[in-house]
Design a protein around this ligand. Sequence first.
Ligand code: GDP
Length: 435
Amino acid sequence: MNNIVAIVGRPNVGKSTLFNRLIQRREAIVDSVSGVTRDRNYGKSEWNGKEFSVIDTGGYVRGSDDVFEGEIRKQVELAIDEADVIIFVVDVEEGITPMDETVAKLLRKVTKPVLLAVNKVDNAMREKDAIEFYNLGLGDYFTFASISGSGTGDLLDALIDAFPEKPVVEVTEELPRFAVVGRPNAGKSSFINALIGQDRYIVTDIAGTTRDAIDTKFDRFGFEFNLVDTAGIRRKAKVKEDLEFYSVMRSVRAIEHADICILVIDATRGFEGQDQSIFWLAEKNRKGVVILVNKWDLVEKDTMSTRDYEEKIKKELMPFTDVPILFVSALTKQRLLKALEATVQVFENRKQRIATSKFNEYMLKVIEAYPPPATKGKYVKIKYCMQLPTLTPQFVFFANMPQYVKEPYKRYLENKIRENWDFAGVPIDIYIREK
Ligand code: GDP
């Protein structure tokens, strides 16, 4: 599992610029595949061959100028809970502000590595000015300029060094890992309790790959799997959880650790922005997804049918709409086993391997029926294709001029794959390569 890095600091110190710089290269790759812009506050980065996840805490604050100190404090506390390493960004132009001191005070108590990063240091004079930041009591600092990128290399080297050594966990069994995610009060705990019932059904608590990700082995009704929980999710937050930030950030670790995400939404509230952010998070990490519309017992069935509701949700999921949506009630236990079955099915879908001969037989016909449109009078020919031996479904199509195969055509190929094979709930990658 990836290490998680949180970027904290008061508004306008350059957190987002640093964040964008860190995720830039990776994002370019991801986006060219999916063709969709996603959550701008969470991304993957890589340095010296080490991949990690980055969260820009500031990105979740609305109207950054009138942010209250309390808001920042909550974010820093959450970052401390959820991240492995924290980058605290300050601004040499402004010097130490009272809000910086508040943040520093919180961070001084932390046992996790904190990197103090002084932004906008782009000349020798400012290098001298930066000395003042020793007063924050966080020890040595790094200077950088997020706009030009100078200094970020050293910062990244230090970041990689600061990552905790993760214990190597021996995989003794290949049980699917399910994470139950969603907004606060959607009914996640109720769902888990309804399934697990009393404690005797919990077989073991296995400490996962990190000290705070817990796999609970579940063995009931003929299903065997691990429920991924994290310390952060298990513990009810002490603060009012009304910000998108909380539910998303709390979900990051669980999602990254899981194979399949069970996204619980509240039927009485509908599919909201936060639900969408969590959905993108799962999709971006190439996890399987099942959506449970919970509290269905509270919905007046005359006014809203499951089909209408499903249509509404699917509009929000575009373009990845091939996702199972089930209408459940943790309270009345309606369709809970169906929900589990659907989740197991998604796990199977994600694992499935299509024989190359079968794949070619079907796809080459599909391509012949509707070939890639000609570009500048050139015709693209696809002669061969296959599924890659990867953990998540990825397909490669070999073409004479791959650069002329555009996103809509890839979408067409993906739809055809989904029509013929069951990949419901599973993100798919399509690559076009030169043959
Ligand atoms: P969590 O924060 O996502 O874990 O949500 P909880 O499981 O704590 O549930 C939040 C509230 O919704 C609690 O008061 C539950 O009793 C209630 N609740 C959960 N599931 C259902 C349901 O299916 N139907 C109804 N009517 N209430 C539910």
